[in-house]
Design a protein around this ligand. Sequence first.
Ligand code: RIB
Length: 299
Amino acid sequence: MKILCFGSLNIDYTYKVEHFVQKGETISSQSLQVFSGGKGLNQSIALAKAGAEVYHAGAVGTDGGFLLRQLEEAGVNTEHVAVLDEIRTGNAIIQNDKDGDNCIILYGGANQAITREQADQVLKSFDKGDYLLLQNEINELPYIMEKAHRKGMNVILNPSPMDEKMKELPLDDVDYFLLNEVEAGQILNTGETDGEILAERLLERFPGASIVLTLGSKGSIYADREQKIHQKAYRVRAVDTTAAGDTFTGYFIAEAAAGQTPEKAMDLAARASAIAVTRAGAAPSIPWRKEVEVWRPEM
Ligand code: RIB
């Protein structure tokens, strides 16, 4: 069983700021650091560090070589990442404030240059029973999703960052949704914010799917037709929350795909993402499985 993550690769320019810049304001940053990132890359690295067999597909420009090296160092197969001559690698401008929170501007670049030919070529290497993990930072998502579903692959969707295009996807083809309460509200077209109610409504709308709903400091909920599980969030001193959600997604899917129970998968994912929050940057903040297994909450 293989896991294919078809998703973004970004160069993250992370600016440490006292507060997020406001409309009309100019502020100085305290530092600039350049990290590997992109929701796709982060989730591939989390999957691999958790111990899964992971293949990343996507595209970078010729300036994206270090992103491929970072994936490979974590054990991710990169043979399906196209290196394009005439377009630059996607990037993110990230403000990281004194509380560790962030806000992000994306430039799609090569992430938005995926072709159907590339998708066809990549999917030839995967079979019924393999997993496909998608986020919303590349183009051609409906095509990739439909084709993988027709092949019998398990489709996992993290609809992030959420926008109107997500609602046009063949969402009935999704086997696992990993999303937060805002994304859940938007998919369901409701102003409801209560996690319990959102999880129930998601299951009513997608009865065949497994739902993982993350609720920030309130923890997370796993729900499928047979069970509902609550997972607490481990409290830590936040340095940078970037990629915490990606770490959770990668660890949860690695465990679920390996046949672990949802309880165990949720707990390991919550621990891994708690560690990620205590470290700067996106992909570099993602811990290895052996660190997660010995980690004890400090608060
Ligand atoms: O989820 C965090 C990621 O979102 C960052 O690494 C950034 O590149 C954006 O894609």
